[in-house]
Design a protein around this ligand. Structure first.
Ligand code: MN
Ligand code: MN
Length: 474
């Protein structure tokens, strides 16, 4: 009865699941390509600090590949649809027509940040400050005592637009939120809970401290000095901030991390790492059978509501436009295309943190360097607020990824009762399509310096290509 033991190792190999490390499957030749991809990604990430910049930079990428603005062409082969410069659809026709199948990759281009308030500027104790309102889920203390840059647009009533980027060039000034010194923080901060450590109304950036003139009779002469400078350089008056989208983000470029340079550190990797991968994949996929659509959406970090968010009719609008150009105006065709589409909702996942293992469930966690990561569902508690991918769709993706030697794994966000979070997937599932979360594991998500692995982002990019190039009918 106990003789079975002799075959145990063989049997183990055959029956047990073993998570792989992506580096183990990357040889020298592939590593060169991976390095090239990472370098390009780091440049894109460094230059894309806002949703607008992320979209602008994608458009700059795709135009040389023959993609045209949908409003400027009758063709529906390679087109893009730009919505307010904050959401973008990139469509590539496959060998088959759009109504014979559609593969979608959706990601988001907005990231947690601090927005300037509509009346931001004030003077206090002869310092000039600006008030902010945080956007998305941040740990507020992470934004203190660090160089911050200002990115955005001011739109004047005559419709002219002033683009503002301050704090990225080496000789630019930066801004900062000053924290309280430890000597005096004992009562005011140290005994407080982390979410009370710095109240939202104290997230004010320092923008100046010199007077307009030495005439001390001039009221608010420090604020006046800053407004005079803004007016001189940008034509801005104080009221113009009411029609502005100005974001305060960490200053500086994304960087390689580690002696071995195996990791990427930078702001906004959630979810520009997936946005970049999706965009590169639709450009680089050699032959695609089904038509492909990459959607880069805004507002995910605040729940996807809004004209440029996923909880809108943007997707219907885009497919409707493409069909109309092909002479199809039947709404039922549109709905059938959406219901039979396959979709990767591409977003980052929480990598298991070696110092905080207690919040993860290690058998079902995402791991840095374990490759692309799928999540069958998101949400919180008893799968609340999520959609869940069908087993059939997961099986199809297993086959696609394994056939193409993509290193991947599947995970839940954390322990069942620990917290949770949603993504865009459920807004795609609304149309009846197959959809699953697919992205990369990230350490320190939503911080000003998120960490991803080069091996994972490489596997995700290749996974996207495999998905778009798949020729199976089911
Ligand atoms: Mn995300
Ligand atoms: Mn996020």
């Amino acid at each position: 009865m106990f003789n079975k033991k002799q075959d145990a190792e063989e049997l183990r190999k055959d029956l047990f699941f073993k998570r792989k490390n992506a580096w183990d499957s990357i040889d020298k030749k592939e590593y060169k390509k991976l390095e090239k991809y990472s370098k390009e990604y780091i440049e894109y990430l460094s230059a894309s600090k806002t949703e607008r910049e992320a979209i602008d930079n994608v458009i700059d990428y795709i135009i040389p590949h023959g993609y045209q603005d949908i409003n400027e062409t009758d063709s529906t082969d390679k087109i893009f649809y730009n919505h307010f410069g904050k959401a973008l659809a990139v469509f590539r026709k496959g060998k088959k027509d759009i109504n014979e199948g559609l593969n979608i990759i959706v990601a988001h281009v907005d990231s947690p940040r601090l927005d300037l308030k509509q009346h931001p500027l004030y003077e206090d104790e002869e310092l000039v400050m600006m008030k902010t309102h945080y956007y998305g889920g941040i740990k507020k203390y992470q934004w203190l005592s660090r160089p911050l840059a200002m990115h955005g647009v001011v739109v004047f009533p005559d419709n002219t637009i002033e683009n503002i980027v301050i704090g990225e060039d080496d000789d630019d000034p930066v801004f900062t939120i000053s924290d309280l010194l430890p000597h005096l923080a004992r009562k005011a901060q140290m005994n407080k809970k982390a979410n009370e450590f710095i109240p939202g109304e104290k997230l004010n950036i320092i923008v100046g401290s010199m007077p307009f003139s030495d005439d001390t009779e001039v009221k608010e002469r420090f604020k006046l000095n800053i407004l005079e400078m803004l007016n001189d350089k940008y034509g801005i008056k104080e009221e113009d901030f009411v029609s502005a989208d100005i974001e305060i983000v960490p200053a500086g470029n994304a960087r390689e991390i580690g002696f071995d340079r195996s990791l990427v550190g930078g702001y906004g990797q959630d979810d520009r790492v997936c946005s970049f991968g999706a965009m590169k994949a639709i450009l680089d996929a050699k032959e695609i059978d089904k038509s492909a659509l990459v959607l880069l959406m805004d507002k995910e970090e605040i729940g996807s509501d809004g004209a440029t968010g996923s909880n809108s009719v943007f997707l219907e609008l885009v497919i409707g436009e493409i069909l109309e150009k092909q002479g199809i105006t039947n709404n039922n065709t549109l709905m059938k295309i959406l219901a039979s589409a396959d979709c990767l909702s591409s977003d980052v996942n929480a990598a298991l943190h070696p110092d905080w293992k207690e919040v993860h469930e290690k058998r079902n966690a995402a791991y840095l360097n374990a490759g692309m990561v799928l999540s069958k569902f998101t949400g919180s508690g008893g799968k609340g607020g999520s959609n869940e991918a069908n087993a059939e769709f997961v099986a199809k993706l297993r086959r696609i990824f394994d056939d193409n030697k993509i290193i991947w794994h599947i995970s839940e966000l954390g322990k069942v009762d620990e917290g949770g979070g949603g993504t865009i997937a459920k807004f795609m599932a609304y149309y009846g399509m197959n959809v699953i979360d697919a992205g990369v594991p990230i350490l320190d998500m939503h911080s000003p310096f998120e960490i991803s692995s080069k091996a994972d982002i490489w596997m995700m990019y290749n996974g996207f290509i495999a998905f778009l190039c798949d020729v199976s009918s089911n």
